[in-house]
Design a protein around this ligand. Sequence first.
Ligand code: SAH
Length: 514
Amino acid sequence: MQEPFGPMVALVGAGPGDPGLITRRGAELLARADLVLYDRLVSPEILELAQAARQMVCVDQLPGCHPDRIGTIGQAMVEAAEEGLRVVRLKGGDPILFGRCLEEVEPLIDRGIPYQIVPGVTAALGAAAYAGIPVTDRRLASAVALVTGHENPAKTEGSLDWEALARFPGTLVFYMGIARLENLANRLMAHGKSPDTPASIVAQATMARQRVLVATLGDLVAKAREADLKAPAVCMVGPVVRCRQTMDWFDRQPLAGRRILVCRPKDTDGGVLVTQLRDLGASVHNIPTLEIVPTRAGDIPGLVAGSRPDWDWLVFSSQPGVQAFFERLDTLGLDARALAGARVAAVGEQTGTALARHGIRADLWSQAGNAESLAAELVGQVDGQTVLLVRADRGRDVLARTLGPVCRVLEWVAYRQEDRKALHPAEGDWLAQAPLDAVVLTSGNIARALAKLLPAEHQQAIQTGATGVFSLSPVTSAVIRELGWPIAGESAEPSMRALVQVVRQKMQTRQGSA
Ligand code: SAH
């Protein structure tokens, strides 16, 4: 859809790593962007917000070597904007901090192209918050300086006033390559900063693999060498570093540092599972392995416009079934009143919640249940009646088989489940970043589809037990075993809450850290 206001370019801060730290405005612009030009460090989950983008380009892949790439980026933005595209230039952290922001927008200014700048959480402040280091504190520091430790290589040494920095009355935060650390520590000490000053390095801040090293300026270099920290990193110097001893909330979370893959289809309750695991401190990514395709056509058996439905019971076994059913009613020009008089049964908590959204309270609801338990309850109540089952094409036949002998069973296939054929590039990138600690599976079909999508190294990690597989129910577990995958834990009952509970029990990390 073309917007009436013409082209727009936005420089958007993506934050330091945790995909939850992008601003609402940034997410909004990304969702509508045609072209996204992104920094290499931007998290793949943020890139997935760019649902409508026709093109996603990592600026590292643009022609030209690092120092002159700015011109190429500016050029690419100008060309796209002049073609009428909406462009998002997605930058790590905050765009106006060590981001060469002005150089990037100059070509836009020259051509009179409108642009916006959307701030982000800068690495220093993301790192400080997640490491539990307040950059200011009433008793310890009333000012903070953000300093670049890797300057423009063309500049001569000495463009930073080390003497002033050593005297600075507050916290120093250096954005730097690990290789510059020795130079930095030595210069501060040479200009009078005490070797006893507390200092810290926060590497890969705000991500699952965040590492925090606490030292003094005097032994920082030796400790960093030993710890073998990986870029990107910031270095903080000042007495506030000591506060981490009591405020290291990130590492105290039960699932801190855990990387967990969830595979719920889009638009189902993947959100519940993901948010509950994230609340426990895990880094979680939902990669759907099935696509839900509503059939959107065909008559609903027993439903004739203008008269009472022909069924006594209407049975929903999943949330997408509820959604597809009401969408179909809508296209038939009907609404919930078409159900008048029919009784309603549902399997699973999300199915019940979805019905409630349509103003329907299930008469029979196997909340934590499965098809077996609902069928067992229903079978005593439907003798000689007509039951409509709303189901997926590949759903299990438990309900039809159990109810068939005692009542008339009608079925409506509400949606198809299709295996996804390939991963989105951003999903592949997320998987490639590091090994997984856990995979959480909620159905056999999801598990089978994952076995076809998941790169070989991750499947090996599952087989050796390095990655734990968690299962929602015995039915799901049976399929997982067929795939030859060991099971690290099975939910005590088939509900998302119980599933999260078992993941927590088995995957809990140590409390606190060095
Ligand atoms: N505009 C960015 C900074 C770009 S310079 C911002 O506002 O954050 C790149 C430097 O930022 C890296 O060398 C590193 O020092 C720092 N950095 C970026 N992401 C980081 C992260 N997740 N953890 C620690 N440091 C990070």
